[in-house]
Ligand binder design. Structure first.
Ligand code: DAH
Length: 348
């Protein structure tokens, strides 16, 4: 018995010694396996208890258990120490230097044209208009005929068109949506819409692009007069380009309106004194407009004796160019990030 007890305390001392000299958690685990594991040295003493006398058994058993507990406790303490050391090492080594400059996150920005479209939509929606759309591949019927421009009409030359077939073309003007909206309205009830969208003509220079953008406006109701047209366009132009601007309605010709006007605005760059932007005239043309021609009402199912209306159309590219000082319309369609990224500043 004495012998056994000595053996146990020797094993314990050896184990504790190994715990003390262990340099990491893995080594501690090895000590655990070596002495306390299933085939461990202390465990094997327990296993051999069968050969002991009944008096010896409880004494040896409790000695072994004491030794086990002490070893296990020391291993645990050792593990905790290693864990703490590891944590400290990580905290020291993986410290984040918040003074380092961060990498720049590149954000996209709204395209200047979309900015203008949203602004126009917000304004007109606030005045009770609906926003409608129409197809870019349009028929001759809607683009011209239903707008009082029969085949062979000389005013067709005002717009150089991309015909796909003799009947289909890329729409040259959003005015096509006027006819579509009137025709689609089966009850022939009052209309108040704007239609922003892409348009196409055979042009290509600094101020003209083969593809550009327009917004069309159409109001039809009883007793609509020129005063309504003037008031609406004044609000529109001043809101978009500047509250203190003057408007000038110049008689003009469009086949779908009678009378027709082109609207000039006092030059927002020089205030009307004359500069390169307004070509020294003090005025800049911004809109086409007029009272809806009775023929157009009639052709699209509205009784011109009951209803009157006004319409207007303007180039959104021109508005964007004026507003942001862009000198070449083609920049709006080239998707050059160097150009577009200048507009992200407006979002901040
Ligand atoms: N569609 C015309 C153009 O592209 C602009 C225009 C003029 C639209 C007069 C209208 C209008 O609705 O009444 O030049």
């Amino acid at each position: 018995m004495e012998e056994k007890i000595n053996e146990i305390s020797k094993l314990k001392e050896m184990a504790l010694n190994e715990v003390r000299t262990a340099t990491n958690e893995k080594e501690l685990d090895e000590v655990r396996v070596k002495y306390l594991g299933k085939k461990g040295e202390l465990t094997s003493i327990l296993r051999s208890m069968g050969s002991l006398s009944p008096e010896e058994r409880p004494v040896i058993g409790s000695k072994v258990n004491e030794a086990r507990d002490e070893i296990e406790q020391n291993i645990k303490l050792g593990e905790e120490t290693f864990e703490k050391q590891e944590l400290e090492r990580k905290l020291k080594e993986e410290k984040i230097d918040i003074t380092l400059p961060s990498t720049k996150v590149r954000r996209g920005s709204k395209h200047p044209l979309n900015r203008i479209i949203e602004e126009v939509e917000d304004l007109f929606v606030s005045m009770g208009y609906d926003v409608v759309t129409g197809p870019e591949l349009e028929t001759d019927e809607y683009c011209f005929e239903r707008l009082n421009l029969p085949k062979g009409h000389p005013a067709r030359d005002m717009q150089d068109s991309f015909y796909i077939t003799s009947e289909y073309l890329l729409r040259t003007q959003t005015s096509a949506v006027q006819a579509r909206t009137m025709m689609a309205n089966e009850e022939k009830s009052p209309i108040r819409v704007i239609c922003p969208g892409k348009t196409y003509r055979r042009d290509d220079d600094a101020t003209h692009s083969h593809q550009f953008s327009q917004v069309e406006g159409l109001v039809i109701d009883k007793n609509i007069s020129l005063a309504d047209l003037k008031g609406t366009l004044e609000v529109f132009v001043r809101k978009m380009l500047g509250e203190n601007l003057e408007l000038r309605f110049r008689p003009s010709y469009f086949p779908f309106t009678e009378p027709s006007y082109e609207v000039d605005v006092s030059c927002f760059k020089c205030g009307g004194k004359g500069c390169n932007l307004c070509k020294q005239t003090g005025w800049i043309e911004v809109l086409g407009s007029g009272m809806v021609h009775p023929n157009v009402l009639k052709m699209n199912g509205y009784d011109p004796d009951k209803y009157t209306g006004f319409a207007f159309g303007t180039g959104l590219d021109r508005l964007a160019m004026f507003k942001y000082g862009i000198t070449d319309i083609r920049l709006l369609y080239q998707n050059d990030v160097r150009f577009l990224s200048q507009f992200d500043r407006l979002d901040r």
